[in-house]
Design a protein around this ligand. Structure first.
Ligand SMILES: C[S@@+](CC[C@H](N)C(=O)[O-])C[C@H]1O[C@@H](n2cnc3c(N)ncnc32)[C@H](O)[C@@H]1O
Length: 337
């Protein structure tokens, strides 16, 4: 049962998200965002609330001590390890799979010249990190960024505004301001968006973040997206399929999706050949699909709207979807924001 403090903390977080979305419906979302990131007092309160909620309630009481496998943080770590390391790293299996698709597209014209993907530590960029939850894993080389860092190891950075420069191999930092202004392209093995996209009030801003992640990842690197989802399995299946379509057009192939009790967790791979993920889009395109990253809250502003939306979204899942969403387990008590 949620304590009074827990309700107050998640109430503050939800109200910030809600206010941003409401303002972005009435005004230019870019202007709304610029004003938001200047509101130092609000950002500080949000950061403190989020930090406390995550570490005192979610991580400690709900996730780690009760069921370690519930943790979104552990999920990200385990997914990265099995993709990059493991006895047979999944990366190589997906590489083979992609080659088969390319052969189907190109015939014998496809002659891949692959090199081993060798890394020592997994270079991970945690966007919207808040409290740097991946810092404690020694096999990860973490850069944690946030518009409102909740601890000293997190760099100040608005990912929407950060530049991507081909000339860099390391982020362009200001030690004085503990900030990052620009990132090198194609240098990261993994990028994490944990509960980030729903903070951004407009679908275009979410899309921009994903495009930037694409630029920053090495070919075959992975984008891990955790999104709040407390509803029954399949309720958001159509929306999630539209994300797959949208990110597929960008060159990302979805390789894993798991619905936990309160979140949906996904891994997207930056395909070496964008034609591979685009082919998925061509084959699976349905009439409703559009290149847009909506979240349920874009539609569900009233209970009535929400019910209508539920009817709209509660589609029959295909066998493929069923297979992908098979591994459900109890999860993060993130009250729908
Ligand atoms: C709901 S919190 C999630 C925190 C953490 N990732 C977790 O899973 O517990 C979302 C975080 O994203 C940060 N954020 C939102 N937009 C951002 C942006 N454009 N650039 C960097 N951080 C951002 C917020 O300040 C906030 O700390």
């Amino acid at each position: 049962m949620a304590t009074q403090e827990q309700l107050e903390l998640s109430g503050l977080i939800k109200s910030v998200h809600q206010r941003l979305r409401d303002s972005a419906k009435q005004q230019d979302p870019e202007a709304v965002w610029k004003e938001h990131v200047r509101d130092a007092g609000l950002l500080k309160s949000y950061a403190e609330a989020m930090h406390k909620l995550a570490t005192c309630y979610w991580d400690r009481t709900m996730e780690v001590s009760c069921k370690r496998s519930n943790s979104r943080i552990e999920w990200v770590v385990a997914s990265c390890r099995s993709y990059f390391h493991g006895a047979t790293p999944l990366l190589y299996l997906f590489r083979e799979k992609d080659d088969k698709v390319m052969q189907a597209i190109d015939g014998i014209g496809h002659q891949p010249d692959h090199r081993p993907y060798t890394i020592d530590r997994i270079r991970l960029l945690d966007v919207g990190s808040c409290y740097d939850p991946f810092a404690c894993f020694p096999d990860f080389d973490v850069t944690a960024i946030d518009i409102a860092p909740a601890c000293a190891s997190v760099w100040h950075c608005d990912f929407l505004e950060a530049e991507v420069l081909k000339s860099l191999t390391e982020p362009l930092i200001s030690v004085e301001h503990r900030s990052i202004d620009a990132f090198p392209s194609e240098q990261y093995d993994a990028i994490v968006f944990s509960l980030l996209l729903e903070y951004l009030p407009s679908p275009d801003q979410r899309l921009r973040c994903c495009r930037k992640a694409y630029e920053l990842l090495k070919p075959e690197g992975i984008l891990l997206i955790i999104t709040p989802d407390s509803r029954h399995q399949g309720a958001n299946a159509k929306l999630m399929k539209n994300w797959r379509y949208t990110l597929g057009l960008m060159g990302f192939g979805r390789i894993k999706i798991e619905k936990l009790e309160h979140v949906t967790c996904m891994v997207y791979r930056k395909c070496i050949f964008p034609a591979v993920s685009k082919r998925w889009c061509d084959i699976h395109r349905e009439a409703y699909m559009q290149p847009v990253l909506n979240i349920p809250q874009d539609f569900n502003e009233s209970k009535v709207d929400r019910r209508e939306q539920e009817d709209e979204m509660a589609v029959c899942r295909t066998e493929e979807d069923e297979g992908e969403i098979r591994e459900a387990f109890a999860g993060l008590p993130f009250l729908d924001s």
